[in-house]
Design a protein around this ligand. Structure first.
Ligand SMILES: [Ca+2]
Ligand SMILES: [Ca+2]
Length: 251
């Protein structure tokens, strides 16, 4: 029994070291995340339903359509299970992704058929969750009209070159000019407060959930450095921890 346990710990350490080179987490942080994954998996395989629960309770993603979409993006091997690697890589992106990585994540979430273009049907599918709270108030026709209106607003805002489809470069350009457009097709990222609460369970280097987080993010979007803020000091500490412990530059 003892040997098996030691063997398991060795495997976790090796995997954590490997993942620390592919993500923005240190080996210790990866180990903690792998332990969290083990706890989730101890209750049953981490399939769609279980992972939706995790996204809902831990990351406070509540939109029904977005829960499924985010699960699909995490499960990039497309085998119906969120394995340890998919878990750590996905969480790394949510917790420490750059502005461009987050834009890419949101775009992939919205691009249901994966053809690198967002059509009206995809917007319609993603945005219908936003009107669920009104399903008892509005009748079906009113709901449908409401969704169609929101789709048209999104098209106007995001189809920058006005060719009738939202390409990734349209979306990226739109988000850089207005960061609030990032989740305009559906709330697929955890609120900063939930993210900070989750990160506080396994690392000291996490974003504060004060309004400064949003400021930092907006500055990051514009590629401007903001050296005086407390958050940026955290960021620098984080970067130095990362560069001292990672052999390969993180993604
Ligand atoms: Ca998978
Ligand atoms: Ca598409």
């Amino acid at each position: 029994m003892g040997e098996t346990r030691i063997g398991k710990q060795k495997n976790i350490l090796e995997l954590a070291q490997k993942l620390s080179q592919k993500t923005k987490f240190t080996t210790d942080e990866c180990k903690s995340l792998l332990t969290i994954h083990q706890r989730i998996a101890a209750l049953g395989k981490v399939d769609r339903l279980r992972f939706r629960e995790v996204l809902h309770t831990t990351f406070d993603i509540t939109d029904d359509v977005m829960l499924d979409r985010v699960y699909r993006v995490f499960d990039y091997s497309n085998d119906g299970i969120i394995d340890e690697t998919e878990w750590v890589e996905g969480v790394s992106l949510l917790c420490r992704g750059t502005a461009d990585q987050l834009i890419d994540f949101c775009y992939t979430t919205y691009d249901i058929n994966g053809d690198k273009s967002l059509a009206r049907e995809e917007l319609h599918h993603c945005l219908k969750g936003s009107l669920f709270p009104y399903s008892g108030v509005l009748n079906n026709d009113e709901l449908e009209e409401g969704i169609r209106e929101i789709v048209e607003i999104a098209m106007r805002k995001l189809d920058v070159d006005k060719d009738g489809q939202i390409t990734q470069s349209d979306f990226t350009a739109a988000c850089h000019s207005d960061p609030l457009l990032l989740q305009s097709i559906g709330p697929c990222l955890p609120p900063a407060k939930s993210l900070a609460a989750f990160m506080a369970t396994f690392t000291e280097n996490y974003r504060s959930y004060t309004s400064e987080w949003n400021d930092e993010w907006k500055v990051n979007m514009q590629g401007v450095s903001k050296k005086h803020s407390k958050i940026n000091r955290h960021k620098k500490e984080r970067a130095s921890v990362a560069s001292s412990s990672l052999a390969v530059p993180t993604i």
